[in-house]
Structure formats: structure tokens, C-alpha cells
Design a protein around this ligand. Structure first.
Ligand code: AQP
Length: 333
């Protein structure tokens, strides 16, 4: 039997190599397996948990759709839609926030990281974001959720919420309990400037990430400037563990060449970083430039991108409103 896939990407601009290798590459693989039903969502309700400029947000929504399509997701075969257009997401998030427990949310490490030292000033939405994510997933009877490693904890919370709802209302199996699909290797791509920090859209330094819209010169320059250490490349995985920047760069190389860490270490064992970086830049350029050029082409075709979203909205709304109707009946509205 095929899988029911749901996953989302925030339209917060600067989609990067971490989003691609950690999530979108996996979406493409799943969308190519014909028996799967895939729903890919541009999660703008999540994006507004931190300040967004309305004009930028509108552009970033289209850019995320363009990145999906340019990476190889087929909009005819899959549902690609914009979260805020399907009101069932906000409505279900409220209902599930009455099921989720404060203690569960208090354990979410991403909130602690994103809110930083001044938690009092973080939005309530940033805190309750994982409940909205649970609503997104559960509305579509999702069986599998392809995400990067950073979302693992939120997915566990989603499973707990689904289970509690099913138990509280004695509706066994009403919400399907989704499985995470997290790649074993390279599920967390790190910053090019600090191998201990996740590559992220919101990092103030553009040199910390490869954007999916970067051109060849930008990619080569960023890899040239990527942080390394003074030693030659190691000959085994154990030595790599103590060298976060080297591990990240070799991991990126291995992921892009569909190889693994061991094989990539053997390929460059004992060599210096400048030789390795030339090879890494080349595979990055080969992979990212066609995507980057396609994104730029698609961005000119606003009408086409809007049509994809409209089409996706109609299909997603049909599924989600049916589920909400059943939720209403179950809870006695
Ligand atoms: N560095 C990463 N390595 C692997 N996977 C990653 N993902 C994000 N960063 C990495 C995965 O990409 C998908 C979409 O992520 P998102 O845009 O919805 O949110 P995010 O995880 O908050 O991404 P950023 O870049 O860190 O955004 P900001 O800086 O705005 O907070 C998810 O599946 C995620 O796991």
C-alpha cells in the first residue's frame, strides 16, 4: 500500500541547502513513487510566528512553490497548497491546543532555541506552533512525514496529541498516528560558518548557507570561505566526529553524490581542504544551478504559480473540511 505523505516548508525566504537535503530531496523521491499520495504545504501560518513583512511574505510563498516545482515535485500529481487558505488548519489547531498539555509543549527545544533569552517577548504562536503542525498533519490522515532531524520532537508531540484525542473521545484510529521519515545520514545540515549550528534561513550571515537561488560565483565563494580546521581530511569516521565543520562539508558532499560518509572519507582521506572544496563546489554547482535557474524562470510566471496554489487549495480544502466536520461531531459541537 502507498504512503500518505504530508510535509511543509515555511515561506520565510532563502530556502537553503539544509531545506533541500533535509526535506525537499526526500519529497521528490516520495513523489516519484507512484503509489504514494503526497501533500506539500507552504506553511505561512507558521511563518508569522515571527515578524514578516507582508510584501516579502507574498513573494516568499510563490518562491517556495517555485522551489518545490524546480526541485522536481510534480504539481499535477501532488497537492501543493498554501496553509492559510485552508481554514481547517487554524480551526483544528485551536481544538488540538485544548487536547495538548502545557507540560508537553514546555519540553519543546525548538521554542527554547528560537525564543532565546527573552522568552517573555516571544509570540504565543511561536510557543504553540507544534500544535498547529499536528493539525496540519492529522487533517490528511497522514501516514508518513518527511522532515529534517530538527522536527523530530514536534512529530513525537503530534503523535501524542493524536493518541490523546483518540483516547479522550474513545474514537480509536480516528487520527492516524504518523511516522516520521527522517534520513539516517545528513538529516541536519550545519552552518558553513559554525559546524555546531543548524544551517538556517534566519542566520544573519548569508555566508552561513547555500541558498537555492545562489548563482555559481556565490556558491564557489561560500565554499571557499566555509570554516574548516588546519588538519588534512581524516581517514575514518571516528576522527571526523571531533571535527564538526569537516563532518558537515563531507556530509554535504556525500548526500549530493548519493554516497555515504565512509566512501566520501575514503575518497578524500589525507587530502587538504582546498582540493576537497573544489570538488564540493563542483557537485554543488551541478545540483543547485539547474534548480536555481528554474526557480528564477518560474518566478516570472506568477499566474502559473498562483494556479498551482488554487488547484492545490481546492483539493486540500475538500479533504480537510471533511475531517473537521467529523471532529465537530466527535467533540459535540
Ligand atoms: N539545516 C537543516 N538541515 C536539515 N533539514 C533542515 N530543515 C530546515 N533546516 C534544515 C528542514 O527543512 C524543512 C522545512 O523547514 P522550515 O523552513 O519549515 O523551517 P525551519 O526548520 O525552521 O528552517 P530554518 O531554515 O531553520 O528557518 P528559520 O531560520 O526561519 O527558523 C523541515 O522539514 C526542516 O526539518
Amino acid at each position: 500500500m502507498g504512503k500518505k505523505i504530508f510535509s511543509g516548508v515555511q515561506p520565510t525566504g532563502n530556502l537553503h541547502l539544509g531545506n533541500y537535503l533535509g526535506a525537499i530531496k526526500n519529497f521528490v523521491k516520495l513523489n516519484n513513487e507512484s503509489e504514494n499520495e503526497c501533500v506539500f504545504c507552504v506553511v505561512d501560518l507558521h511563518a508569522i510566528t515571527v515578524n514578516q513583512d507582508p510584501k516579502d511574505l507574498r513573494n516568499n510563498i510563490r518562491e517556495t512553490v517555485a522551489a518545490f516545482v524546480a526541485s522536481g515535485i510534480d504539481p499535477k500529481k501532488n497537492i501543493i497548497f498554501n496553509q492559510s487558505q485552508v481554514s481547517a488548519h487554524s480551526e483544528t489547531a485551536w481544538i488540538l491546543s485544548c487536547v495538548a498539555r502545557m507540560g508537553w509543549l514546555n519540553r519543546m527545544t525548538q521554542f527554547k532555541e528560537k525564543a532565546g533569552k527573552d522568552k517573555e517577548k516571544a509570540s504565543v504562536g511561536l510557543y504553540s506552533y507544534p500544535v498547529l503542525m499536528a493539525a496540519d498533519i492529522l487533517l490528511y490522515d497522514t501516514t508518513h512525514v518527511p522532515v529534517g532531524d530538527d522536527q523530530k520532537q514536534h512529530l513525537e508531540l503530534c503523535r501524542d496529541i493524536a493518541q490523546k484525542f483518540n483516547n479522550d473521545f474513545k474514537v480509536e484510529d480516528f487520527f492516524k498516528i504518523p511516522e516520521p521519515l527522517i534520513q539516517k545520514e545528513f538529516s541536519r545540515i550545519m552552518s558553513l560558518k559554525d559546524g555546531t549550528k543548524k544551517m538556517s534561513k534566519s542566520d544573519p550571515s548569508d555566508l552561513s548557507r547555500i541558498n537555492l537561488t545562489d548563482d555559481k560565483d556565490q556558491i564557489v565563494n561560500k565554499i571557499k570561505k566555509a570554516k574548516t580546521d588546519p588538519l588534512p581530511l581524516p581517514s575514518n569516521i571516528m576522527d571526523l566526529e571531533k571535527r564538526p565543520e569537516a563532518k558537515n562539508l563531507i556530509g554535504i558532499y556525500a548526500s549530493l553524490t548519493n554516497s555515504n560518509l565512509e566512501k566520501s572519507i575514503n575518497e578524500f582521506s589525507g587530502k587538504n581542504f582546498s582540493e576537497f572544496k573544489d570538488n564540493l563546489s563542483q557537485v554543488l554547482v551541478d545540483k543547485i544551478i539547474p534548480i536555481s535557474e528554474e526557480i528564477k524562470k518560474l518566478l516570472i510566471e506568477e499566474k502559473y504559480l498562483d494556479e498551482i496554489l488554487l488547484n492545490g487549495f481546492e483539493k486540500a480544502d475538500k479533504i480537510a473540511s471533511k475531517k473537521v466536520k467529523k471532529i465537530h461531531e466527535i467533540i459535540g459541537f
